[in-house]
Design a protein around this ligand. Structure first.
Ligand code: SAM
Length: 485
């Protein structure tokens, strides 16, 4: 059943459970081709067959069923909080599951439990060598309950990731924390933890785990391993402890869910010195050199310029106005603004270009009104309209006093688009427009000659600058890169 394109039980589950409920439990099923790829990893790396396999968030049992077939002597523990998927798992007609259920040794153990709790209790008594093998839930941190967050902190111990970590990173940290010397793990995960700040403790731990082989297998950024999730995927393998120093190996995966996957590029990384800032290839490749150059570039940039997001208005549709809308207002009540670089045709936002944007009736004026401006009848009409639309109740507006007085910032010299596939837009801001928080603004510090700003703009727009931005950008599932603060 698993060797086909789609697991019919996964399809059944997706048909009977609504999308939002699946997302809350982070339920995305592993395509059979990914499972086959992970099989090659564990089969080639494990020195001994596992006596116990734990499938964290077993779902309808892709990993459970495969493990029962691949390791006929292993006891397999399928752990999931969801009764529906476990129920479907129990109906599997695979020979392996059937025979395991019939076997007197009780090779298949199905448990409805929180995996993090289960790790703290049942896991301790299971026979080694043990393997944690599966596809943990993708539940985002906003969807976790307080109890789950506390359980994650307890199970992760000193590896516990930051509060913004999703459940899959919590599962990774807790699993690593519970490995005995002969145990291993192989997990399919969203790739964010490789660079997110919340997973620093996990990366630092893996960096010091030099007695164990660590492999990071990266799917191409634009490959949707989990359709519709926009999540870049990766597989981590951590082997049992050896007597000698082991490498960290980075694999690039090529292929597709249809034709199957293989590792098309490998790179050995020697873990020494400080942990690289991220586990993405450019940082991992030459950790020591990279650390130094990143630091010196950052210091130099911070000395000459200030980079920040634009103004967070809380409601761009209200605070950004068109030419026609600002016409009746006193001229000091609005300033030139820009919220989308796609409205700028070239690499310069000059006064002329801003005028063209205004003529096209696009929203390119930012309201800047204070309490005293509210006396003006036209301004007061605009404020009343905002109240009528309920803008004053929006979160950012509500916490401002008065709600309509947006932050006033000096115009930056350069505007930078935070998203791009290969290129980040860098635009000079001759018009002195104020960016909204959809953009970054770079402003040269006082006393820095304007020629430095000009050169910096050229460098950022050129290949070297673009490469540096790509190296620090966060990767999203659809190949999109995003600069984060
Ligand atoms: C990404 S799905 C993986 C399903 C299956 N292992 C596969 O690969 O096709 C994650 C599973 O984790 C389960 N889950 C969510 N939170 C859990 C928790 N705290 N403990 C155990 N399982 C959990 C969900 O019900 C879901 O079945």
């Amino acid at each position: 059943m698993l060797e086909g394109d789609i697991d019919p039980l996964a399809l059944t589950y997706e048909r009977i459970v609504a999308g939002p409920n699946r997302r809350r439990l982070g339920t995305f099923f592993t395509p059979p081709s990914v499972l086959t790829y992970m099989r090659q990893i564990v089969h080639g790396r494990l020195p001994k067959k596992p006596a116990t396999v734990a499938d964290p968030g077993a779902g309808v049992g892709a990993f459970t069923s495969a493990s029962l077939r691949w390791w006929p002597r292993a006891e397999v523990h399928a752990v999931d909080v969801n009764l529906v998927t476990l129920g479907l798992l129990a109906t599997r007609s695979n020979f392996a599951i059937k025979s395991a259920r019939r076997s007197t040794t009780g090779r298949l153990q199905v448990r409805q439990d929180d995996f993090l709790q289960w790790l703290n209790t049942d896991w301790n008594d299971l026979r080694g060598p043990r393997l944690i093998f599966g596809n943990p839930p993708f539940t985002r941190h906003q969807q976790l309950t307080r109890t789950q967050k506390v359980a994650a902190q307890t199970s992760g111990g000193r590896l516990a990731p930051g509060k913004r970590a999703g459940l899959s990173t919590d599962f990774l940290a807790a699993s690593l924390n519970r490995l005995d010397s002969e145990d291993s793990l192989c997990l399919l995960l969203p790739a964010n933890w490789l660079e997110a700040d919340y997973a620093r403790t996990v990366r630092e731990y893996l960096w010091t785990l030099t007695k164990r082989l660590v492999e990071l297998h990266l799917f191409p950024d634009d490959m949707q391993v989990f359709p519709g999730t926009q999540v870049a995927a990766m597989v981590i393998f951590v082997g049992p402890e050896k007597n000698r120093r082991q490498p960290l190996i980075l694999h690039r995966i090529s292929g597709s869910t249809r034709i199957g996957f293989s590792s098309s590029e490998q790179e050995k990384v020697i873990r020494q010195g400080t942990t690289p800032p991220t586990f993405q290839p450019p940082d991992l490749r030459q950790p020591m050199r990279r650390n130094r150059s990143t630091l010196s570039t950052t210091e130099a940039l911070a000395r000459v310029a200030i980079i920040r997001r634009g103004v967070a208005t809380g409601a761009n549709t209200f605070f950004l106005k068109t030419n026609r809308e600002v016409e009746p207002l006193p001229s000091h009540c609005y300033v030139r603004a820009i919220s989308r670089l796609r409205e700028v045709p070239g690499d310069a936002l000059s006064l002329e270009v801003h005028q063209q944007i205004a003529k096209a009736d696009l929203r390119c004026w930012l309201l800047q009104i204070t309490e005293s401006d509210a006396q003006d009848p036209e301004v007061s009409r605009v404020i009343a309209e905002g109240v009528r639309q309920g803008i004053h109740e929006r979160y950012l507006c509500k916490v401002r006093n008065p709600w309509y007085a947006v932050e006033q910032i000096p115009p930056p010299d350069l505007l930078i688009g935070p998203m791009g596939k290969q290129q980040f837009r860098v635009v000079t801001n001759g018009a002195g427009a104020i960016p909204t928080n959809t953009l970054y603004g770079l402003r040269m510090r006082q006393g820095v000659p304007s020629s430095v700003g000009q050169r910096l703009g050229e460098w950022l727009a050129g290949e070297a600058g673009q490469q540096s931005m790509r190296a620090i950008a966060r990767r999203h599932g659809d190949g999109l890169l995003k600069l984060v603060p």
